[in-house]
Design a protein around this ligand. Structure first.
Ligand code: DHE
Length: 498
């Protein structure tokens, strides 16, 4: 294990919460928390068997939902119901308490990361043959956020092979090792889980931060990089057993620190690219002899999510103001185009394809019912397709003539549009389960079939024929979100996310 010795880098990063904002709960609520909650969620609320209960980690759970969870428990988890044990006022007081910043400053540095490391099956201790029969290149993983599970699907038969519990609130695409045997999941609470798809076992886990954005696996499969919101760090691990290699403080020359918007592997460059949310910089990180080296690119503005052209020559990033996109040449670090993309483009979900001999990319928007289609040679928007509402995810496959985009927000969120990649028109709008969000598509390795999520506790993934657009099968699942095909991911297929 190589860990930098400079005291500056042996981090114990603070939340920097002003004193006047810090929690001052009444001792009674604090005592209730310690009595009933601390054993699972940690005495410092940093999480344990249960998730972290800090305001930033709870930003996606509304307070009334927290009150319900404390009172009624959470099905299919270890969270018990406290309604029969605690008075309603105590339950409300506890819910208030967990939304307040903690009195003592949470830290997540080297000691905490090393301490969190779990290694149930060190590399080389499990058999090298799959324990089931399937085309290992046509497997899908489906993340079910309803009860924090993952289903492994056989992509030829479209049948579940196995279902296992995940860490709380997985987010972002899991990343496969280059040979497709292992998959790395990232959770919002900072946990990275390495899972062996041959043996159907968790082999290693580590917690990289308190509030994590995403993870990336290097093209050679040797390193895992975690991007954090809290603390302001990038953390690098040896992919073999998830051993800590380096903690990179995310700061500019003036010492201002920043959250990391996201980090991705850039295979042709043999590097990682990260964009920063609070400092106008994008970083290229290259690992040599186990040591990460950083090249900083100044950007015209702060970047949110981003995307690359197929050669990874350019980064296309969404400006944090949500009003435009920037194209940055990754060799020179210079901004070469400013794209008029109103309505907060969701560039992380962009896809590309060949259109009339030129490469185009397309992205949905979080705030506008539109898909922007951009010529990647001259960076001009060639078409803005009107949709029935703002969308989240877009998908296609090189072998399919269609691209799919959902209508994730608004009254039409149960609809998905099918776009003809040559005419650039919507040719069909499907409504697979009226009243239930339909979102996120992933194709099989051949581009012949696809899976669409019905994003509901009583939900499903629906199998469609990618050509006839006919529904073939419904596989019940608990709020399935993303789906990830091994072949498409390890080959960086043009129609899927990286
Ligand atoms: Fe995501 C991917 C950021 C909210 C489901 N989301 C990503 C990635 C980023 C990101 C940077 C790419 C990481 C990767 O794959 O390595 N997401 C954000 C946000 O900033 C945002 C808008 C606010 C936030 O809460 O963080 C956000 N995301 C959501 C959701 O509300 C979704 C719908 C439900 C959830 O699980 O929280 C959601 N995000 C997803 C999914 C992916 C994702 C399913 C992977 C898509 C893929 O196909 O690869």
């Amino acid at each position: 294990m190589m860990i930098r010795k400079e005291p500056l880098l042996i981090l114990a990063v603070s939340l920097l919460i002003p004193a006047f904002l810090q929690a001052n709960p009444d001792p009674e609520t604090e005592a209730l928390y310690q009595q009933h909650c601390a054993s699972c969620h940690g005495s410092d609320r940093l999480g344990g068997m249960g998730p972290a209960l800090l305001p930033d980690n709870l930003s996606r759970l509304k307070k009334p939902q927290a009150v319900d969870a404390i009172g009624d428990g959470r099905p299919a988890t270890q969270m018990p119901a406290f309604a029969g044990i605690l008075e309603p006022e105590s339950i409300t007081a506890l819910a208030d308490y967990i939304y307040r910043p903690p009195a003592s400053t949470p830290t997540w540095g080297q000691a905490e990361i090393l301490d969190s490391h779990l290694l149930p099956h060190p590399h080389g201790t499990l058999p090298d043959e799959p324990v089931y029969q399937a085309d290992m290149m046509n497997l899908f993983l489906v993340v079910e956020i309803g009860d924090h599970h993952v289903t492994l699907l056989d992509g030829d038969e479209m049948e579940p092979i196995h279902r296992f519990a995940s860490r709380y609130a997985l987010h972002g695409g899991p990343k496969y090792s280059p040979d497709g045997r292992y998959v790395y999941f990232g959770s919002r609470d900072g946990w990275i889980t390495k899972y062996d798809l041959y043996n159907l076992k968790v082999v290693a886990e580590v917690r990289a931060g308190i509030n994590m954005r995403n993870i990336a696996v290097s093209a050679d499969g040797n390193y895992v990089m975690a991007a954090n919101y809290l603390p302001h760090t990038l953390v690098m691990f040896d992919a073999t057993n998830l051993e800590l290699m380096d903690i990179i403080p995310v700061e500019n020359d003036a010492g201002d620190s920043s959250r990391v918007s996201a980090v991705y592997a850039a295979p042709p460059r043999d590097s990682f690219i990260a964009a920063l949310k609070d400092i106008p910089e994008a970083w290229e990180i290259t690992v040599e002899d186990g040591e990460p080296g950083i090249r900083r690119m100044q950007t015209d503005t702060w970047l949110d999510d981003f995307f690359f052209d197929p050669g990874y020559d350019h980064l296309i990033g969404a400006a944090r103001d949500g009003k435009h996109g920037l194209v940055i040449n990754l060799d020179t670090g210079k901004t070469v185009a400013d794209l008029p993309l109103p309505g907060m483009p969701h560039l992380g979900s962009g896809i590309t394809w060949e259109h009339q001999g030129r490469r185009v990319m397309a992205t949905p928007h979080f705030r506008t019912g539109a898909v922007s289609i951009i010529d990647m040679d001259n960076w001009e928007v060639i078409k803005t397709l009107e949709t029935e509402g703002p969308g989240f995810f877009m998908r296609s496959h090189e072998n399919s003539r269609y691209a799919w985009v959902d209508v994730f927000f608004g009254p039409n969120r149960d609809k998905v549009h099918v776009i003809d990649k040559q005419t650039l028109e919507i040719v069909k709008t499907l409504q697979p389960a009226p009243g239930k969000v339909a979102a996120h598509v992933e194709f099989d390795r051949y581009g012949e079939k696809l899976l669409l999520s019905v994003w509901d506790k009583d939900g499903a993934v629906i199998v469609y024929d990618a050509d006839t657009l006919e529904k073939e099968k419904r596989i019940p699942m608990n709020k399935p979100s993303g789906k990830y095909n091994v072949w498409n991911k390890i080959n960086y297929e043009e129609g899927t996310s990286h």
